[in-house]
Design a protein around this ligand. Sequence first.
Ligand SMILES: NC(=O)c1ccc[n+]([C@@H]2O[C@H](COP(=O)([O-])OP(=O)(O)OC[C@H]3O[C@@H](n4cnc5c(N)ncnc54)[C@H](OP(=O)(O)O)[C@@H]3O)[C@@H](O)[C@H]2O)c1
Length: 289
Amino acid sequence: MSSSNVTPHQASTTSSADGQQVSLQLNDGTQIPQFGLGVYKTPADETAEIVRYAAKAGYKMVDTASFYGNESGVGDALQDFPDLYAVTKLWAADLGYDKAMRAFDESARKLRRDVVDLYLIHWPMPKTGLTAESWKALIELKNEGRIRSIGVCNFQPAHLTQLIEETGVKPVLNQIELHPSFQQKELRAFNESLDIRTEAWSPLGRGAGLDGEIVTSIAKKHGKTPGQVTLRWHLELGNIVIPKSANPKRLDENLDVFDFRLDEDDMQRIATLDRADGRTGPDPDTAEF
Ligand SMILES: NC(=O)c1ccc[n+]([C@@H]2O[C@H](COP(=O)([O-])OP(=O)(O)OC[C@H]3O[C@@H](n4cnc5c(N)ncnc54)[C@H](OP(=O)(O)O)[C@@H]3O)[C@@H](O)[C@H]2O)c1
């Protein structure tokens, strides 16, 4: 990846409006594209075609997981687009040192990658007591050069603190549910205090709320769509963002967010959409799979 357009880690506003995508610096010295494609619920037999379409359109990252059942499709597309930054995840049922090692082998085989750019623990599963030893497997795989960067998903502050205390190694990022109805201000600040990037999953809230008055009126003002305003809001906050679409028109629409900025008034209005009960996914403290 080119080192141009790399934004230093602590900058809170990170994405330019000159049509260019940026990469962000991670705490292990590597870089990650700020914008990518999510493929949760993308049908396995359509995944290769969709990822190829996205890569041709200009997407630089793809986010999958063993749980999604479509890593092989992503792997097919990676054959044609070897520079695509590839992310996959260790599923909850595969926690434990040996199981994590085997699960990574399987994911890397399906992705057909000798080196995976980013490997994430999918859920903390604190009750299993297996999180730290799983993390040690990821550390070992990184030391062997089979993973460039290691991170986590759905970690609350206590999970991050315990992981770092037990292993001494920080995740590069924490991928969490984050959208205008659930803005995660405290967790974003906690991540940043540890030099851990925040990545937003369900950045569009899976489409819910895109027809609300505030986002719709901001979209009209900028000549953009509600989805584009929502993605731009993430970029203004400095979040890494991975919207999912299996529709070519929306794949193009979602990528077209690098030629405008939201102003302070737009940001303040979207801030009012935050809801304490806005979480749609499982609670990381109690989730069981
Ligand atoms: N770590 C975790 O625990 C975790 C959990 C969930 C998700 N994720 C990751 O995050 C990615 C994104 O999250 P997500 O898939 O849950 O939700 P999302 O990206 O917020 O929303 C995807 C949904 O919105 C629709 N959509 C896409 N673009 C749109 C637009 N411009 N306007 C209106 N609707 C639009 C899509 O439909 P079409 O496909 O028909 O366009 C799809 O139904 C996932 O794919 C996955 O990679 C991670």
